[in-house]
Design a protein. Structure first.
Length: 162
């Protein structure tokens, strides 16, 4: 591990639809211990519901208000300043039902989830018969279970888009 300062113009950024991940502290910076990401969730946007089998995830709502489903519990309005604990093997989803972007600090242990975002971003722009296969293979490689049934239900209930 090497000490360093990462200035805002040096952050890496990946957009998955209307969810933007910016990060300057990666798995490479922490000897694999953690990744830290600033996540901006666009207005009326759902972060694809999923479950990690390899990581624990901790979130601090920096600005805006989000909703979340953590396992069987749903909380519709979580204000800025609140923290969420999302242990591995617990399915979860987060969304923004407001008309303003929400910003979240995500700390993921161990690190490396940023590699998934970097690899899935180009796949999400593809179409055709191999798209689903590549999408599913990346989720499996990174120990993720994508919860499509939750996506449909949450989109319908709260008027969200992915």
């Amino acid at each position: 591990m090497v000490p360093k300062v990462v200035h805002p113009d040096a952050l890496r950024q990946v957009a998955l639809y209307d969810v933007v991940f910016r990060y300057g502290v990666t798995s490479d910076d922490s000897d694999g211990e953690l990744s830290m990401l600033e996540v901006t969730i666009g207005p009326r946007t759902l972060v694809k519901p999923h479950m990690h089998s390899l990581e624990d995830e901790y979130s601090l709502i920096l600005s805006g208000s989000v909703g979340a489903r953590l396992g069987d519990e749903t909380v519709e309005q979580i204000p800025a300043g609140s923290w969420l604990v999302k242990p591995r093997s617990v399915p979860h989803a987060m969304w923004n039902v407001t008309d303003e972007p929400a910003r979240i600090l995500e700390v993921v242990l161990p690190g490396g989830i940023e590699r998934y975002f970097e690899q899935i971003a180009p796949v999400l722009k593809e179409h055709g018969p191999d798209w689903t296969k590549r999408y599913d293979e990346l989720a499996e490689e990174f120990g993720l279970t994508i919860l499509d049934d939750w996506s449909d239900a949450l989109q319908d209930r709260y008027g969200l888009k992915l």
